[in-house]
Ligand binder design. Structure first.
Ligand SMILES: Nc1ncnc2c1ncn2[C@@H]1O[C@H](COP(=O)(O)OP(=O)(O)OP(=O)(O)O)[C@@H](O)[C@H]1O
Ligand SMILES: CC(C)(CO)[C@@H](O)C(=O)[O-]
Ligand code: BAL
Length: 282
């Protein structure tokens, strides 16, 4: 398992693999890897001959008041996890390698990026689409793996690949949770003990939604009201959004009468966490 810092080196390696007829999977990450990332690496290792894991805290997807500087980083620990799960390369570029002086080309998207996280993080998806396009161009994988935890991101990437005719299969992988239900996330490390307990309101609210849908409730406002009531009872929690949207467009719907996504973002203290549930997964 190699840690690679330059675009040239990744390209040389992937070309060599492809000349031998080997298939290549890509797992894009921002590092500080946990079992959620490990599940994506496992899936890629199962499906492909070789797996590239990118490990890059992408400055372009952070707003000016967000946590770019404090985002946790530990490349040695990440390398051990990637090796353990059968990854072949970690691509860990410096920002200057990805964004050379004079960089001025962007990949942006309308509609899907204007709801949910895109409302609270207006520059976020332009940064994600741009860096993921670059990673796709650098690695040219057969398949790329994304977690359903970032459900809107997964929908946006699938849409981008379709719109721009990128010849890459996008695989969505299930959310990996802590034993008590909290979705695993690198940002969970920001939580103190009290906040860690309070953070359970996210998965509990998602469970409320799942139970109501399982019991036949289709009226979105009834479901989201029950979820909001539960979250608002926790003094450390502050709702960013609790919404049910059309999975294809990310626009809010009044009734669950098509494949839908229930998505939430909640501040626990100053840490913003997300969770969700795909109606199709019931
Ligand atoms: N709990 C999880 N289950 C499944 N996939 C996950 C999980 N957490 C992250 N991923 C996926 O891993 C990929 C890289 O995500 P990222 O490096 O941002 O990790 P993260 O833990 O989501 O970080 P953050 O705390 O910044 O949201 C994304 O496709 C993301 O959806
Ligand atoms: C896809 C991604 C690696 C792009 O920086 C990031 O948004 C993430 O970690 O989900
Ligand atoms: N997993 C999404 C990366 C971000 O929050 O910027």
């Amino acid at each position: 398992m190699k840690i690679v810092k330059t675009i040239d080196e990744v390209r040389r390696q992937v070309k060599e693999w492809k000349s031998q007829g080997l298939s290549v999977g890509l797992v894009p990450t921002m590092g500080y890897l946990h079992e959620g990332h490990a599940s994506l690496i496992d899936a890629s290792h199962r499906d492909n001959d070789r797996t590239v894991v990118s490990d890059f805290v992408n400055p372009m997807q952070f707003g000016p008041t967000e946590d770019l500087e404090s985002y946790p980083r530990d490349i040695e620990r990440d390398a051990a996890l990637v090796e353990e799960h059968g990854g072949d390369i970690i691509f860990n570029p410096e920002p200057s390698e990805m964004y050379h002086e004079g960089f001025s080309s962007f990949v942006d998207m309308d509609v899907l990026t204007k709801e949910l996280c895109g409302l609270s993080r207006p520059v976020h998806f332009r940064g994600v689409c741009t860096v993921v396009s670059k990673l796709f161009n650098i690695v040219q994988p057969d398949k790329a793996y994304f977690g359903k935890k970032d459900a809107q991101q997964l929908a946006v990437i699938k849409h981008m690949v379709d719109d721009l005719n990128m010849d890459i299969e996008i695989i969505g992988c299930p959310i990996v949770r802590e034993e008590d239900g909290l979705a695993k996330s690198s940002r969970n490390t920001y939580l103190n003990d009290k906040e860690r307990k309070a953070a359970l309101v996210l998965s509990q609210a998602i469970n409320i939604c799942m139970d109501m849908v399982r019991n036949g409730e289709t009226e979105c406002s009834k479901i989201t009201d029950a979820m909001k009531e539960h979250i608002n009872a926790e003094p450390l929690a502050k709702i960013d959004y609790v919404k049910i949207v059309d999975l294809a467009t990310m626009q809010q719907i009044p009734v669950i009468d098509r494949p839908a996504l229930c998505a939430i973002a909640v501040y626990i203290g100053s840490t913003r966490l997300i969770d969700n549930f795909f109606s199709e997964d019931i």
